[in-house]
Design a binder for this molecule. Structure first.
Ligand SMILES: *Cc1c(COP(=O)(O)O)cnc(C)c1O
Length: 379
């Protein structure tokens, strides 16, 4: 079956007892243990809950992995996956991974003795050069945020496999509908389900999928032991969001393509970053590993005043952090997601005070273009 069908038909479309079309919300912390001589599937809800189990099976199937795990946020998923490593292990991470992932590695896990080297993963040789005898993992994210750089997953994941590393890919921007890293050679996929999977800016959630049962058991030990799990209501919202992922992303991507082409031709726009745009340096690699370019783009205006004017004048986009919802969201990385990065380092990465990131929503593209045109004329 194709991914669009799997979003709907996934062994959890009907509840067997009542025939209800949907997964029930089992709001219970504990489960009666009828026969103490046997272990049963559910005993305490940190260890397992039927609503959560449904989401975990749905995402495992969508990503074509052996096991899926749900968490209370994307960062809870990422932190828990990193929890399978030990003091003295070394991890290679792309330099432009999500800021929160970088922060947990550079603070919490650093204190616990997990070593990190960051590399520009668009150059696979940098990964080869960063390998050390104690390197245990490679952590990638593509497209990157906020400059939408593309990492060649097949090439980088092959390097990881050859070196015996566990490879982890943050697939939040693409979702399994557009990109399936496990099929390209990854060992673990992580998600902020807060974004496109949930899709409605109303829930925080995170997911992890492992390629093998053995890796799944290691992640499960952290999920159960560390306890960064989601509640059943939040889990249910993600299950519901996933059902419409295909139509949302198809429409959002179509609008992102129109908007990026329109922005590219605008006299006040210096540069547009979108993997679906002709001239994007990673376009061909993205097309070879993903079935779309997604619905996030960014652009630079010619001056800082134009960027600030745009953000103050747009009416059809919220000026906010986050992405992947049904409403268009404009964010200003230097003051939001990347505010913690020292200015010199930010400039080196190309994250300037003229850069705006757009998560394209479900509004009509013509209306967005009219609104953007007016906002770009300010001041
Ligand atoms: C938002 C995001 C995260 C973190 O997820 P939360 O749900 O906010 O904890 C991780 N990775 C990427 C790529 C994200 O966009």
């Amino acid at each position: 079956m194709q991914c669009g069908t799997l979003l709907i038909h996934n062994d959890h479309e009907t509840e067997p007892l009542s025939g209800a079309l949907g997964v029930p919300i089992i709001q219970s912390s504990t489960f009666q243990q009828r026969d103490l001589s046997r272990s049963q599937e559910y005993d305490y809800a940190r260890s397992g809950n039927p609503t959560r189990k449904a989401l975990e099976e749905i995402i495992a199937r969508l990503e074509q992995g052996a096991r899926g795990y749900a968490f209370g946020s994307g960062i809870a998923a990422i932190s828990s996956v990193l929890g399978i490593f030990s003091t003295g292990d070394h991890i290679i991470a792309a330099e432009d991974i999500y800021g929160g992932s970088w922060r947990i590695l550079n603070t919490f896990y650093k204190r616990w003795g997990l070593e990190m080297t960051t590399v520009n993963a668009t150059d696979p040789d940098e990964i080869r050069r960063a390998l050390k005898p104690n390197t245990k993992a490679l952590f990638l994210e593509t497209p990157s945020n906020p400059l939408l750089k593309i990492t060649d997953l097949r090439v980088c994941l092959a390097i990881a496999r050859e070196a015996g590393l566990i490879s982890i890919v943050d697939n939040t921007f693409m979702t399994p509908y557009l990109q399936r890293p496990l099929e390209l050679g990854a060992d673990i996929v992580v998600h902020s389900a807060t974004k496109f999977l949930g899709g409605h800016s109303d829930v925080l959630s995170g997911l992890a999928v492992t390629k093998t049962e053995a890796l799944g058991s290691r992640v499960y030990a952290v999920q159960n032991g560390f306890g960064a799990i989601p509640g059943p209501w939040d889990t249910w919202l993600v299950i519901r969001g996933i059902k419409t992922l295909k139509v949302r992303l198809d429409a959002q991507e179509a609008t992102a393509r129109k908007l990026s082409a329109w922005l590219d031709a605008h006299e006040r726009v210096e540069q547009v970053f979108y993997p679906g745009l002709a001239g994007h340096p990673g376009r061909e690699i993205n097309e070879a590993q993903a079935s779309g370019a997604g619905a996030v783009l960014s652009f630079k205006t010619k001056t800082r005043e134009q960027a600030l004017g745009f953000l103050s004048k747009i009416t059809l986009a919220a000026t906010a952090v986050s992405l992947g919802g049904v409403e268009t969201i404009a964010s200003y990385p230097v003051k939001m997601s990347h505010a913690a990065i020292p200015m010199a380092e930010r400039e080196r990465l190309g994250i300037t005070d003229t850069l705006i990131r757009i998560s394209v929503g479900l509004e009509d593209p013509e209306d967005l273009i009219v609104d953007f045109a007016r906002a770009l004329e300010t001041p």
